[in-house]
Write a protein that binds this ligand. Structure first.
Ligand code: C2E
Ligand code: MG
Ligand code: MG
Ligand code: MG
Length: 288
């Protein structure tokens, strides 16, 4: 082992760095073949109307079954997929798979798909979305694309153009994790969002902290004025749900309302409930 932190910020070779680098290379090598080996899966978490408790849609959440390692959550491989550019192909697969799954649901149920900022580069996103809609037959109005504030820091003129093209197709655009990034209220004005998803960091302390409640109240008020739907993420308790309803939040999402589930589970639950329009799954009782 050699010493670290030499002049000029150079770090000399460390055995533990070698191990880290090797683990990363192995992850990258596995990730490269994951799509071809069908190791990805989408789980769906319900988005619920805060008023009457009906499921209005499901958010697609990506999972990777890495051989010998079990299920890897997105936080552990999406950053690498973004760095390597693999996210473009993975993202296209997510769009196709989620639209195809949603086409088999009741016609009132939407699907929400997360987009990486990297998918906005290279000019292929609008085509990928059109393709996923055309291949599945899903009406554009049943697709919502979720973007985070980090996307807005990129080339904003190009991003704005892409978002307008997507809106023109008829898909919804949600601002995900609102309040955690470089939130600027001017983004809400400039970009054609149809929904604001308040980050769960503001929901977790809702019942304890006055400040969280005030922030939620302010976001609901801004969203209402701008005619956007307001959804609260990470709702875990009845008390949070009660407060969000009284603040006038439109939709809620979180473990209280339902955990991410497989498409086959959703379809079984919809059949069991006897109505193609009721997606209040047995595992996801209507709590509102
Ligand atoms: P997100 O879009 O904000 O998704 C919500 C995350 O919060 C999910 O984590 C979900 O399982 C988790 N969650 C939902 N309800 C609760 C709750 O009540 N309590 C707590 N503690 N957590 C809750 P997940 O599935 O690990 O996804 C993490 C992030 O990875 C997502 O955050 C999203 O940014 C990203 N992601 C997931 N799927 C995709 C994808 O297909 N493409 C891209 N680009 N990113 C994805
Ligand atoms: Mg999301
Ligand atoms: Mg989110
Ligand atoms: Mg979040």
């Amino acid at each position: 082992g050699a010493k670290a932190g030499g002049r000029g910020g150079w770090k000399l070779f460390h055995p533990e760095m070698d191990a880290e680098l090797q683990a990363r290379r192995a992850l990258e090598a596995d990730l490269r073949g994951a799509l071809a080996r069908s190791e990805f899966e989408l789980m769906y978490q319900p988005l619920v109307d805060a008023g009457h408790g009906a499921t209005t849609g499901f958010e697609a959440l990506l999972r990777w079954h890495r051989p010998g390692r079990g299920m890897v959550p997105p936080g552990e491989f999406i950053p690498l997929a973004e760095e390597t550019g693999l996210i473009r192909q993975i993202g296209a697969w997510v769009l196709e798979r989620s639209c195809a799954d949603a086409a088999g649901w009741a016609s009132s149920i939407k699907v929400a798909v997360n987009l990486s900022p990297v998918q906005f580069q290279g000019g292929t996103l609008v085509g990928a979305v059109r393709h996923a809609l055309a291949a599945s037959g899903l009406p554009a109005s049943r697709l919502e694309l979720e973007v985070t504030e980090s996307m807005l820091l990129q080339d904003t003129e190009a991003t704005l153009g892409t978002l307008h093209q997507l809106r023109a197709l008829g898909v919804g655009i949600s601002m995900d994790d609102f309040g955690t990034g470089y939130s600027s209220l001017s983004y809400l004005q400039r970009f054609p969002f149809t929904k604001i998803k308040i980050d769960r960091s503001f929901i977790s302390g809702l019942a304890q902290e006055r400040s969280s409640l005030e922030i939620v109240r302010a976001v609901v008020s801004i969203g209402r004025a701008l005619r956007m739907t307001i959804l609260a993420e990470g709702v875990e308790t009845e008390e949070q749900l009660r407060l969000l309803r009284s603040e006038g939040c439109d939709e809620v999402q979180g473990f209280l309302l339902g955990r991410p589930a497989r498409n086959t589970q959703l379809l079984k639950a919809a059949c069991a409930s006897g109505s193609a329009h009721s997606f209040s799954m047995a595992a996801v009782p209507a709590r509102v």
